[in-house]
Design a protein around this ligand. Structure first.
Ligand code: PLP
Length: 412
């Protein structure tokens, strides 16, 4: 029997890291724990009855095609419906611009496979979506983190990072951004920064990867134009998904890209899975054709908007001085920042003992920073649980603050 499997693994496989979040989520699932850890939609929002009706119709009317292999690019009716959906913000999007993927997570993998050789540089936010970091890491990308504030990625620092890469002779393969209600921070990039980001992308000839699962989940304020809608040089690749609008279990998502960039991505997907499941694609295509999505989104907006409100009020009511948090106008997450001398990582097991869970902020930093930060989800727990859970968190923080003061006072 082979004892040392590592001698057989590829460098890429050895480089892959388990998602810290997925590991933490196992703890967060223990009974009695109020979990703000996952990015789970509230199952109340799943359109079970409509999907049941469409599924029956599909099996009766299109049993043969819906259960057969399909084209790698995706089922034509779904690509057409998504092109129509995306055309709300920019005219002339065609089905040829759409490649259906198994979740946007596969989109991240496909883009990485097509663009990245080991050691290639890319730009990511500090923080950014951990699943993006995981995908890029598997292809051994060199990630350059650019900090953000409450208007999104700091474009002056982006410009410096781009200029540095040029002076070091490194080719940058893409800039990865989650511009709307970012996972993890809830921050939305301002219009001014979106424009500047594009300007820099053109100047330095770097593609932009716009990953925007939360764009339609706005609960207050006015929408900011999508980066792709501002792009007139065909330099933006978009990742879209129905995971947070319909339900994640169908795994229907898409890459939208200029037609001439599509070919390599289709070939990359072919080698992964031949095609996405035909049945769920046709199910979603019919759901969209029936015009059910806008009402569904309205329902979600109302529910999550209320939950966000409850969480913000609870934070105001219970959190001790020194703790800060973002105030998003949409999405699923907010970002909590503890005083610099506190560690969200150290407090995590204590929070679990106190029956509340979050995700440590350092998991979202490509450079391991952000030890005093955490991501908190407000879509999954009930309004009552949100109130109780934030109270529990605040108690954990207060105790830790007290201990830290006592050790400072008692130390010589
Ligand atoms: C920014 C971002 N990109 C991609 C994904 C993956 O989504 P999907 O369920 O479509 O794979 C998520 C999921 O939470 C996300 O937050």
């Amino acid at each position: 029997m082979i004892e040392d499997l590592t001698a057989f693994y590829s460098k890429a496989a050895l480089n892959m890291k388990r998602s810290e979040i997925r590991e933490l989520l196992k703890l967060a699932r223990r009974p009695g724990i109020i979990s703000f850890a996952g990015g789970l939609p509230d199952p109340q929002t799943f359109p079970v009855n409509e999907l049941e009706d469409i599924a029956c119709h599909l099996l009766q009317e299109k049993g043969a095609t819906s259960l057969q292999y399909g084209p790698t690019e995706g089922e034509t009716p779904l690509r057409a419906e998504i092109a129509k959906w995306m055309s709300r913000e920019k005219a002339a999007i065609k089905p040829e611009n759409i490649l259906i993927t198994v979740g946007s997570q596969q989109g991240l993998d496909i883009v990485s496979k097509v663009f990245l050789d080991p050691g290639d540089s890319i730009i990511v936010g500090l923080p950014t979506y951990v699943g993006g970091l995981q995908a890029f890491n598997a292809y051994r990308a060199r990630m350059i983190g650019v900090p953000q504030d409450d208007a999104g990625m700091k474009v002056d620092l982006l410009e410096k990072a781009l200029a540095n890469s040029v002076s070091e002779g490194r080719k940058l393969k893409f800039i990865y951004v989650v511009p709307d209600f970012q996972n993890p921070s809830g921050v939305t990039m301002s219009l001014q920064r979106r424009k500047k980001l594009l300007e820099l992308a053109y100047q330095y000839e770097v593609p932009v990867l716009e990953d925007s699962p939360y764009r339609d989940l706005r609960y207050a304020g006015k929408s900011v134009p999508a980066i792709y809608s501002l792009d007139n040089q065909d330099q933006v690749i978009v990742l879209g998904t129905f995971s947070k609008l319909l339900c994640p279990g169908l795994r229907i998502a898409w890459i939208m890209a200029p037609a001439e960039w599509m070919d390599r991505m289709v070939v990359a997907k072919q080698g992964m899975d031949l095609c996405s499941p035909s049945f769920t694609q046709l199910l979603v295509a019919e759901y969209l054709r029936r015009g059910l999505l806008p009402r569904q989104i309205e329902k979600i907006r109302k529910l999550y908007g209320r939950k966000l409100d409850v969480m913000l009020k609870a934070l105001d009511r219970y959190m001790p001085k020194g703790v800060k948090w973002s105030k998003p106008k949409g999405g699923l997450f907010l970002w909590v920042e503890l005083p610099k001398n506190m560690s969200a990582n150290t407090l995590f097991p204590i929070a679990i003992q106190n029956k509340v869970a979050y995700v440590i902020g350092s998991a979202f930093h490509c450079n391991g920073e952000g030890q005093n930060t955490m991501r908190v989800n407000f879509s999954y727990a009930s309004e009552r649980q949100i109130d109780v859970g934030i109270q529990r968190l605040a108690t954990v923080f207060k105790k830790n603050m007290q201990q830290l003061t006592e050790t400072t006072i008692s130390s010589p």
